[in-house]
Design a binder for this molecule. Structure first.
Ligand SMILES: [Zn+2]
Ligand SMILES: [Zn+2]
Length: 376
């Protein structure tokens, strides 16, 4: 057993319930406590998703030193170990997903992936930092690793206490921004390892257990589009659709507009669409696995025919998207006219893409339901 972690992970929810009930019964809830709680949930939650995860573990963008230091400080306050240790586990998870060397392997059960793996020494014994040399080269990251425990206590409980003391409510702020917040952010992150490998669809790859779900995304600061993430881990987005609930991607986009983040990595639209088409086709072919060679060949040809239209639309949309992104950050007199023209092109290529996708889905539905006759 890893007793230190176990005691921390079991005592924090217990203290939250016992102290929380007693505190709220005796003095109620103050707006300052709610504000400190909300601020700390966001600061520590996003430091894990856009800091520990998308920046440090996957290098999906670059950012200024001050932003990086904030991630290191508030990430420590989340009590999820240092960047070095977190990212080493996480890179192993991606490399060996669903296998024995995956530290939070979902094949060992929901509870194991959620919290069980943290309660035993197994992953600590296997811990090997050879996959995080790039991170160890950074003196700020090494500093956080070396002084992780005092930093975590200071940032996680010390700062809320000092803030609360300044506004005349130190223990209320420790309870809300310290205890309640730690429990909430812990289980939100843990859900990415458990629920995101259990609930939802697999539109980009059938080879891994990771799934896309808006429900998980709502509970995890946007990390619930996990099938996309495991297929395209270098992309700074998890919810790749424009309207997908991914506040982490919106925050990285905001940092880019403020000049605090740059080199955001986006997988080209064409590759994303190709992955979706391959996944749909694979699913369909699997459904007719028992049918004759003739039937399967007919299906393959039909799929190639319809997917060609989707690929053409994706290629046009991808090109316009890239031109639009670069025109927006350029300066000069012709910029405004160019952006306007590209915006119109973007609209028409999105419509074309939607029509091609609709046709693809209709053909698939016909083949799946049996309303399209298949040769014997
Ligand atoms: Zn995963
Ligand atoms: Zn990841």
């Amino acid at each position: 057993m890893n007793w230190v972690t176990t005691l921390f992970l079991l005592s924090t929810p217990l203290v939250a319930v016992v102290w929380g009930v007693a505190h709220i019964r005796s003095v109620g809830v103050s707006p300052v406590e709610i504000a400190a709680f909300a601020l700390y949930v966001c600061a520590t939650g996003f430091s894990i998703t856009i800091g520990y995860h998308r920046l440090f573990a996957h290098r999906s963008y670059e950012c200024s030193r001050i932003v990086k230091i904030l991630y290191l400080l508030f990430g420590a306050a989340a009590f999820q170990h240092s960047v070095i240790s977190w990212c080493s586990d996480h890179r192993r998870h991606h490399k060996h997903i669903d296998e024995d060397d995956d530290p939070y392997n979902i094949q060992r059960g929901f509870l194991w992936a959620h919290i069980g793996w943290l309660l035993v020494m197994e992953h600590k014994e296997k811990e090997d930092h050879s996959n995080v040399h790039d991170l160890m080269a950074d003196p700020w990251i090494r500093f956080q690793h070396r002084f992780y425990v005092p930093l975590a206590v200071l940032m996680g409980f010390g700062v809320p206490f000092v803030f609360g003391w300044a506004v005349g409510n130190p223990w209320g702020c420790v309870l809300w921004a310290g205890i309640f917040r730690v429990v909430l952010v812990h289980h939100s992150t843990f859900l990415v390892n458990s629920l995101a490998h259990t609930l939802g669809r697999r539109p980009y790859t059938l080879a891994v257990s990771a799934r896309d779900s808006a429900v998980t995304a709502l509970l995890t600061f946007g990390e619930g589009y996990h099938n996309f993430h495991h297929r395209f881990a270098a992309d700074y987005r998890n919810g790749v659709a424009r309207a997908a609930w991914d506040p982490s991607k919106w925050l990285i986009g905001t940092l880019e507009r403020l000049g605090l983040a740059w080199n955001l990595r986006r997988v080209p639209r064409e590759r994303i669409v190709a992955a979706q088409l391959a996944c749909d086709s694979e699913r369909l072919i699997a459904r007719v696995a028992g049918r004759s060679e003739n039937t399967r060949n007919f299906l393959r040809e039909r799929l190639i025919e319809v997917s060609a239209r989707v690929e053409r639309a994706a290629s046009r949309l991808g090109t316009v998207e890239r031109e639009f992104a670069s025109a927006r950050v350029q300066w000069g007199r012709s910029r405004r006219a160019r952006v306007k023209q590209l915006r119109a092109e973007l609209r028409s290529s999105r419509l074309e893409m939607r029509a091609a996708r609709l046709r693809w889905r209709t053909v698939l539905a016909g083949l799946l339901s049996g309303s399209t006759a298949l040769p014997a």
